[in-house]
Design a protein around this ligand. Structure first.
Ligand SMILES: Nc1ncnc2c1ncn2[C@@H]1O[C@H](COP(=O)(O)OP(=O)(O)OP(=O)(O)O)[C@@H](O)[C@H]1O
Length: 360
């Protein structure tokens, strides 16, 4: 889907702001603290229900106001129009509307707005803990297979219940029930991830040759327990350790993506700039793969791309972004700092100043 109109009310420093983005490249320019990142953040919220910045949802609401609202109109790949509304108040009450209907599940909105975010912090995909990589993987699985959200949500619920029993050292019949559920759902989640990964990984590795030809990459999905065992058997094998620790130590909640360049951990072999390009490439390719599999385009949000990427890397990254033909929102202090390709004739430019947005 692409966004045709976006209206923000009491979102960060925007009291009321409206913009009509273009179908492809949208450039958001403005001084430090003007609201560029906040604008990208609002689109991210539509696709994920939360911010990508640290802090609570209350901090997103404009100071001294009671709630924020994001409203967007968009067009999907079939040409169908959609209207999305997302409101959250200080007490945490959330209202989500899709095409005029109040919906209970966030996934109903998220599936319409697949968003790929690239900020200077996105390098956490490599430098951060395994949870970030599982989220990355789950984004891909969910957008290709929407029912996955039900499976992962049920698994997380069972994980919580089972951990609580393990913590309280409560065994017996109740424990057996949760063990069985845990093993069933855990296998399901792992199978969905594996299915996605076996399609995505070869495409990704092939595309990485273009971005960083000097390295031979390998990315291994570790499912969260010994691959030769069923989850049930792995749980039995680790029973005494799980009883001792008081939480589940095997299962898909321990899955990991091991990233190697020339056989070594990417963190120890790639430079900081190369890591950024590596991560940016992975995100571009995940969007490309989604489009190839489903015909759905994602929306790319790019905050501060110039940071730590040299001119050649910026050029490669921007060329790949533009080639996706997806809708892009790119922020910059001024447009002169961006590669030429982002400033093409079709680029729509917006100036943000003190919480107001003007098309230039
Ligand atoms: N809840 C809020 N209410 C009002 N203003 C806020 C709120 N949260 C943040 N702000 C302000 O909004 C402004 C916009 O911040 P934002 O990070 O979007 O700016 P930016 O243009 O991306 O800046 P930079 O170029 O420095 O990254 C900041 O001045 C910030 O203090």
């Amino acid at each position: 889907m692409h966004i045709d109109a976006l209206t923000l009310t009491d979102f960060r420093n925007f009291e009321e702001a409206k913009l009509l983005p273009g179908r492809q490249i949208n450039l958001i320019v403005g001084h430090n603290g003007s609201g560029k990142t906040s604008l990208l953040e609002s689109i991210y919220c539509l696709g994920s229900g939360r911010s990508f910045r640290p802090g609570t949802h209350k901090q997103i609401i404009r100071h001294e106001q009671s709630s924020f609202t994001i409203f967007a109109r968009g067009t999907d790949e079939q040409g169908d129009k959609h209207a999305l509304g997302f409101q959250r108040d200080r007490e945490g009450l959330v209202k989500i509307r899709v095409d005029g209907e109040l919906v209970r599940r966030f996934g109903q909105m998220a599936q319409l707005v697949p968003v790929q975010l690239m900020t200077p912090e996105t390098v956490e995909l490599v430098l951060g803990g395994p949870r970030v990589r599982r989220q990355f993987l789950d984004w891909g699985v969910f957008h290709v297979e929407h029912r996955y959200i039900g499976e992962i949500t049920s698994f997380n619920h069972v994980l919580k219940q089972r951990n609580s029993l393990l913590k309280q050292r409560r065994v017996g019949q109740e424990g057996d029930y949760w063990d069985t559920k845990f093993a069933e759902l855990g296998e399901q989640v792992a199978a969905e991830r594996q299915k996605y990964w076996s399609g995505f990984e070869p495409v990704l590795l092939d595309r990485l040759k273009h971005f960083l030809p000097e390295y031979d990459f390998k990315i291994i999905l570790k499912q969260g327990w010994d691959g030769d065992l069923s989850l049930r058997d792995a749980m039995a094998k680790n029973k005494s350790a799980e009883d001792r620790y008081g939480h589940a130590i095997v299962g898909p909640h321990k899955a990991e993506l091991k990233m190697l360049a020339n056989g070594e951990d990417v963190k120890s072999i790639l430079s900081r700039g190369q890591l950024k390009l590596f991560v940016a490439a992975i995100k571009v390719v995940q969007g490309e793969y989604l489009f190839a599999k489903t015909g759905v385009q994602c929306i790319y949000l790019v905050d501060d791309i110039t940071a730590e990427l040299d001119a050649g890397s910026q050029q490669k990254f921007c060329e790949a972004l533009v080639a996706t033909k997806a809708q892009l929102f790119v922020s910059a202090i001024n447009k002169g700092e961006l590669p030429e390709i982002i400033r093409s004739a079709d680029t729509r430019m917006f100036h943000v100043e003190h919480g107001t947005v003007k098309e230039l």
